[in-house]
Design a protein around this ligand. Structure first.
Ligand SMILES: NC(=O)C1=CN([C@@H]2O[C@H](COP(=O)(O)OP(=O)(O)OC[C@H]3O[C@@H](n4cnc5c(N)ncnc54)[C@H](OP(=O)(O)O)[C@@H]3O)[C@@H](O)[C@H]2O)C=CC1
Ligand SMILES: Nc1nc(=O)c2c([nH]1)NC[C@@H]1CN(c3ccc(C(=O)N[C@@H](CCC(=O)O)C(=O)O)cc3)C=[N+]21
Ligand SMILES: [Mg+2]
Length: 298
């Protein structure tokens, strides 16, 4: 047996097409094309990849991309001022500040400065609270992408045992909340978890968001489980660099029922969801009913 490969690139293309349709709809009602502003301070490697792919996708969907690349020695005040000006800019519907910031900057006040209505990363206290309370808001892109993939792969998740490895504000925690909302039975593991392999073996859905190359081994995976590999790890082998996930993919392939590859899995979905969130934010700002996204076969 070999796992069904969940082709994130293909699913993301489908979502981007839905986003592009929604942009056409907005334009037909006389609304401006949605604008997405990205702020990158310094030169974090994972963020560089993200920004590059994002600019292309934004323009491909008929949206406007606004890029602010600031030097690594940018001051906290300058960054806060930039965020304030993006909040006030009527041509900007979504604001994303790339994390991590250089060490001399404090991310909490920067995130707090983002208008919740433009917070397409879903990181402000307002949107975190809305997700926790089950109220509509803006949901972080990677968790949203994982849920769309799971919905397409499995349909109803009610009663399924899910393990999320990782509890970050950007990835692990919101994924666990969305899985709970979808009626899965959710366990959250982290660096203090005892017998992680044992926890993993019980999971029908396994989400790895750790940041360690090939950390989850093949014999941790329950036969037939659905594996969502969020990790983006750059490794150098025989002098050449490549991206690998948090799951030992070759070991997992003969055991899992379905699996996302890296690259080509969750990453492209994150970008498509960023566009989707920006279009949702634009609809709400204009008082229009926001679209709903689904990648299920129809
Ligand atoms: N595909 C995509 O679109 C995206 C991919 N990523 C990638 O996903 C990965 C995770 O990102 P992020 O959540 O931001 O990372 P963080 O470093 O913020 O969080 C990592 C989490 O993994 C846990 N962890 C670390 N080591 C272990 C271990 N040995 N055993 C069990 N748990 C462990 C940590 O536990 P503790 O809390 O106890 O420290 C923490 O909760 C990274 O590779 C990142 O590059 C991130 C965003 C988007
Ligand atoms: N505020 C904030 N929000 C984020 O969501 C955020 C962030 N900061 N900082 C950096 C991480 C990392 N991240 C990625 C998203 C997509 C790809 C991606 O497109 N990956 C593709 C392409 C890889 C390639 O081009 O080689 C893939 O996996 O197939 C990668 C990495 C978002 N992050
Ligand atoms: Mg990927």
């Amino acid at each position: 047996m070999t796992a069904r490969i969940l082709d994130g690139k293909a699913f993301a293309a489908k979502l981007r097409a839905q986003v592009a349709d929604a942009v056409v709809g907005l334009t037909k009602r006389g609304r401006p094309a949605p604008g997405l502003a990205v702020v990158l301070v310094g030169d974090d490697a994972a963020s560089q990849v993200y920004v590059r792919n994002k600019v292309k996708a934004t323009e491909g969907a008929g949206m406007r991309s606004i890029e602010h690349r600031l030097p690594a020695d940018t001051t906290q005040d300058a960054l806060l001022q930039l965020v304030a000006s993006l909040n006030d800019d009527p041509t900007v519907d979504g604001i994303l500040v790339q994390l991590p910031l250089p060490r001399h900057l404090d991310s909490a006040p920067v995130i707090a400065a983002i208008s919740p209505a433009k917070d397409v990363d879903g990181l402000t206290i307002e949107n975190v609270g809305r997700l926790a309370a089950g109220l509509p808001g803006l949901v972080p892109c990677t968790p949203l992408g994982c849920m769309l993939l799971l919905d397409a792969a499995l349909g109803d998740l009610a009663g399924k045992r899910a393990l999320v490895i990782g509890r970050s504000a950007l990835v692990g925690r919101p994924i666990a909340q969305l899985l709970t909302q979808a009626n899965a039975t959710v366990t959250v593991a982290h660096s203090k978890t005892r017998d992680l392999a044992g926890e993993a073996r019980r999971a029908e859905i396994l989400v790895a968001a750790i940041g360690q190359a090939d950390f989850v081994r093949g014999d941790w995976i329950a036969p037939g489980a659905t594996v969502i590999d969020v990790g983006i790890n750059r490794i150098v082998e025989n002098g050449t660099a490549r991206l690998v996930g948090d799951v030992a993919y070759d070991e997992a392939l003969p055991v899992a029922g379905a699996i996302t590859p890296v690259p080509g899995g969750v990453g492209p979905m994150t970008i498509a969801c960023l566009l989707a969130n920006t279009v949702v934010a634009a609809h709400r700002r204009h008082g229009d009913v926001a679209p709903r996204w689904s990648l299920k076969e129809d």
